[in-house]
Structures are given as structure tokens and as C-alpha cells.
Design a protein around this ligand. Structure first.
Ligand SMILES: Cc1cc2nc3c(=O)[nH]c(=O)nc-3n(C[C@H](O)[C@H](O)[C@H](O)COP(=O)(O)OP(=O)(O)OC[C@H]3O[C@@H](n4cnc5c(N)ncnc54)[C@H](O)[C@@H]3O)c2cc1C
Length: 381
């Protein structure tokens, strides 16, 4: 991929920050299950949270190609930080940018892109995961506001966010065509978290929590886009987020592969460096082929988005392929390191744990296969 000067500058800035500030704490935030707030805020001040947004709103005026490359760079050393940013910069900021009024953009998008405020996106509920139409949270229109009741689970940044994008039914009888999206702010009466911080297999530096709404009075000006048009907004947002998730998966794979390439040149058994053994070479070759293929799929999806074309199928392909590849690659990476790979002395066990969520978040692998199949059937005359 050939980047222009502005893209290169942003990527180099991110790479330097990753090396200086993120790499030294990546293991610690996982071990202590600690949210890296200061690093995220600093990235906001440096312009790294608004890469793909216009300068008019405080963004860097670049594109998804650059954004996905930066997410990959971050995930190479700290997938938790990358996941935090995707939830903030895509899941929360993208619907405000794409569907918000100028007033909503000024009030909510700017402070998100500068890192002054943190964002979270609330779709998933106890009885509505893959099946979005099963949402039970309801918002009833009354005078100049909506009264919101319900709950959300598994929400990235729930306990640290100030601005929330929330999906709720405004016409329950219409199923998926009765969903609307709202912008909520921390501190609104009746709105809060349960205080629970989900204990997870991986991504332990990323915050995951629950949200509750009890007769929350949401002003009508906080309705995002049109009432009952939430489903298409959710689709648009999740398709974009899949580019972010694919970049996280690719970054984890790339990070694992790089560590392996160093290790096979250091470690000797039977008087030879590991890279002399054919079974080790096979694993290295598969790692290289899968990261290269994942990157091509990711760049294809990102460039279609940047060109304003439909990228639904391509985002699912990139996310599905890169996430499943990251599971295979991190499993093999632990194997190449042998017993050392299983210990916390090396980050490979963390990469292996972190990789799993990329097959689940922003739509599971099963849902991605359904989307790809539906898209090709639809496109076949
Ligand atoms: C760490 C973490 C962070 C998250 N962050 C967010 C967030 O920020 N915001 C948010 O809204 N959500 C978030 N989620 C929720 C995530 O998007 C959901 O977990 C995911 O969409 C799957 O939903 P579910 O867990 O309810 O599984 P289910 O939908 O119950 O699925 C269970 C299994 O059944 C399969 N399945 C379901 N339906 C079908 C079908 N029709 N055909 C074939 N197989 C099917 C699934 O693929 C899966 O294997 C997060 C989850 C985690 C764990």
C-alpha cells in the first residue's frame, strides 16, 4: 500500500506513540484489568481519535485506510487499546457524524474526537445479541422528550464513557423497523451503569459493562436521525466497525508473527535454530500467507468505504477472515514458543486470549457468513 505524505505522517505519529506509551503498559493493563484512560486521552489530543473525520469537526481529514492501518499498529502491541478506540471512534462517533444534525455534531462529535469525552455504543441486551430485532429497551414519545426504559450488556467503555449511542424500540410492533437511536449523556437522571466490570477471557484492559435506563427523559433533540430508522443506522455503523475489528485481528496476528520470527532465530534445539525445522517453517508460512490475505481484504473494504461505495460484503469478508486467521496464528505462535509461550513472560498468551473476541464482537463469524451469502445471492442476477 502506497500512502501519501499526510497518511504517512499520521501513521508515523501513531507508531511512535505506540512504541513510547502503549507498548510499555500493554502487559500491565491486561494483568491489572486497568483501563488506559490517560493514553486514550493523549491520543485524542494528538488527533489520533479522529483520523477519518473532517477537520471541520476536529478530525484529521484522512480516511479509513489510514485509520485501519493505525488500529492495526496499536493492536500489534495492545489489542485492548485498539478495541477501546474502535468503540469510541467508530461505534460512537460514526453515527453522530453520519446521521447527526450540525448541533449534535458540535455538541458531541467534537469532544469525542479530541478525547475530551469518551464514547460508548449500546445495542446488545440480555435477550438481544445477534438478533437485533429482539431489542426490549423502549422509548415512548411524550411531549418534548422520549421516556426510555431498558438495559444493555457487554458494552465497551460503559463505565468510562460520557456520551452514549443507544438503540431502543420506538415502535415495538414494527420489529426491526421500529428501532430508533438516541444520544445519551452520563448523569442523565435514571441512566447509569450497574458498576459491574465484566471479567473477561481477553481484552482485559478494555472496559466492558452494563447500562440501565429507568424512565430516562431523553430530549427530542437527542434523537439521532429519523425516528424508526435505527435499523439502517445500526447496519451502517456495524459495517464500518467491522473494518476496525478486522484491523484489530490483523494487528494481533502481525504482532504474534513478528515475535515468532525473532524467536525462531534465537531458540536452538537439537543444535539448530527452530527455523530449520520444517514444521516450524510451515507455521511461519501460514502466518505470512494469512496476514497478507487478511490485509488485502481489509484494504479492499477500507478503500471501498473511502470511495463511498457499498462495502457490506467486503467488511464482513475482512472481519471473518482476519478474526479466524488471528485464532489460528496466535495458537501456532504459542506452539512455536513452546512452554515459554504458555507463560506470562511473553505476550503470546495475551494475544491468544485477545484474539477470540474478534470472532464475536460486531457480529459473530456465523452472522458474517450469513451476510456474505445474502450479499452474493442479492448481487447475482
Ligand atoms: C468484550 C465484548 C465487548 C462488546 N462490546 C459491545 C459494545 O460495545 N456494544 C454492543 O452493543 N455490544 C457489544 N458486545 C456484544 C457483542 O456484539 C455480542 O456478544 C455479539 O453480537 C453476539 O451476541 P450474543 O453474545 O448475544 O450471542 P448470541 O446472539 O446469543 O449467539 C450465540 C451463538 O449463536 C450463534 N447464532 C445466533 N444466531 C444465529 C443464527 N441466526 N444463525 C447461526 N448462528 C447463530 C452465534 O453466532 C453464536 O455462536 C460486546 C461483547 C463482548 C464479549
Amino acid at each position: 500500500m502506497e500512502y501519501n505524505e499526510n497518511q504517512k505522517m499520521a501513521i508515523d505519529t501513531a507508531r511512535a506513540f505506540v512504541e513510547k506509551k502503549i507498548a510499555p503498559v500493554a502487559g500491565l493493563i491486561d494483568e491489572n484489568e486497568e483501563f488506559p484512560l490517560e493514553n486514550i486521552k493523549e491520543m485524542g489530543r494528538m488527533g489520533l481519535l479522529g483520523i477519518a473525520y473532517p477537520e471541520k469537526y476536529g478530525g484529521a481529514g484522512l480516511d479509513y485506510m489510514t485509520y485501519s492501518t493505525i488500529i492495526e499498529e496499536i493492536a500489534e502491541v495492545c489489542a485492548s487499546s485498539a478495541m477501546t478506540i474502535v468503540a469510541h471512534s467508530t461505534l460512537t462517533a460514526d453515527p453522530i457524524f453520519s446521521y447527526g444534525t450540525e448541533g449534535q455534531r458540535a455538541t458531541y462529535l467534537r469532544p469525542l474526537l479530541s478525547g475530551e469525552k469518551m464514547g460508548a455504543f449500546g445495542l446488545t441486551e440480555p435477550n438481544a445479541g445477534s438478533d437485533t430485532a429482539a431489542l426490549e429497551s423502549k422509548a415512548v414519545e411524550r411531549n418534548d422528550h422520549f421516556v426510555l426504559n431498558g438495559s444493555k450488556i457487554f458494552i465497551t467503555n460503559a463505565n468510562v464513557a460520557d456520551i452514549f449511542i443507544i438503540a431502543a424500540k420506538t415502535a415495538p410492533e414494527k420489529g426491526m423497523m421500529g428501532i430508533s437511536m438516541f444520544i445519551l449523556e452520563k448523569g442523565m437522571p435514571g441512566f447509569g451503569t450497574s458498576g459491574k466490570k465484566e471479567k473477561k477471557l481477553g481484552m482485559r484492559g478494555s472496559d466492558t459493562g452494563e447500562l440501565f435506563f429507568q424512565d430516562v427523559m431523553v430530549p427530542k433533540e437527542n434523537l439521532l436521525g429519523r425516528k424508526n430508522f435505527g435499523f439502517s443506522m445500526l447496519h451502517h455503523t456495524l459495517v464500518s466497525a467491522r473494518i476496525g475489528m478486522a484491523a484489530i485481528a490483523l494487528g494481533i496476528s502481525e504482532g504474534a508473527k513478528k515475535l515468532c520470527l525473532k524467536y525462531v532465530k534465537q531458540r536452538k534445539q537439537f543444535g539448530k535454530h527452530l527455523y530449520h525445522f520444517q514444521s516450524i517453517k510451515n507455521m511461519l508460512a501460514d502466518m505470512e500467507m494469512n496476514t497478507s490475505a487478511g490485509r488485502l481484504l481489509l484494504h479492499n473494504a477500507a478503500s471501498l468505504k473511502d470511495e463511498g461505495k457499498d462495502f457490506t460484503k467486503e467488511a464482513s469478508e475482512a472481519k471473518l477472515f482476519a478474526s479466524e486467521a488471528s485464532m489460528r496464528i496466535t495458537k501456532d505462535a504459542v506452539q512455536i514458543f513452546g512452554g515459554y509461550g504458555y507463560t506470562r513472560e511473553f505476550p503470546l498468551e495475551r494475544f491468544f486470549r485477545d484474539a477470540k473476541i474478534t470472532e464475536i464482537g460486531d457480529g459473530t463469524s456465523e452472522m458474517q457468513r450469513m451476510i456474505i451469502a445474502d450479499e452474493i445471492v442479492k448481487r447475482t442476477k
